[in-house]
Ligand binder design. Structure first.
Ligand code: AMP
Ligand code: ZN
Length: 137
């Protein structure tokens, strides 16, 4: 894809600090880490988001993400790992080339997700939304 920053990294047109590479997947350090050690797992082929990414590619990305998570635990001494993936502007996706964030977490690292649990008006509201999703699987 023209002008895609992650395609440029894959094609060595702009630099990145690579952690892992194989035929289909590249893993490099995020330049704006949520926590130091934050890495990005990307497919070498361009797909905008998870919605366009074939299932076999998703499997390869998540296999690599797990290996990176293990490496953060064993190599960086992380106490936990967040695996996060944003799709679409509304979901906070800034770079429209599919990527999986792998973020090492340390006890007392001070990071807090803004995880504000809401309530449904009643159980019918929740059941109705589940039905709409079920009808579109
Ligand atoms: P998202 O908001 O899910 O699209 O995440 C995009 C991520 O890409 C952010 O965490 C950025 O810090 C990261 N990023 C943007 N440009 C670069 C780059 N040139 N090298 C490494 N990471 C980058
Ligand atoms: Zn791209």
């Amino acid at each position: 894809m023209n002008n895609c920053i992650f395609c440029k990294i894959v094609n060595h047109e702009i630099p990145a600090t690579v952690v892992y590479e194989d035929e289909d997947v590249l893993v490099f350090m995020d330049i704006g880490p949520i926590i130091k050690g934050h890495a990005l797992v990307v497919p070498k082929d361009h797909f905008d988001s998870v919605l366009e990414t074939p299932e076999n590619v998703l499997a390869k990305l998540h296999r690599a993400a797990k290996r990176i998570a293990v490496a953060q635990m064993n190599g960086l001494g992380a106490d936990g790992v967040n695996i996060v993936q944003n799709n679409g502007k509304a979901a906070g996706q800034e770079v429209p080339h599919m990527h999986v964030h792998v973020i090492p977490r340390f006890e007392g690292d001070g990071h807090h997700w803004n995880w504000n649990a809401k309530k449904y008006v009643d159980s019918n509201e929740m059941i109705g939304l589940a039905e709409k999703m079920r009808n579109n699987l």
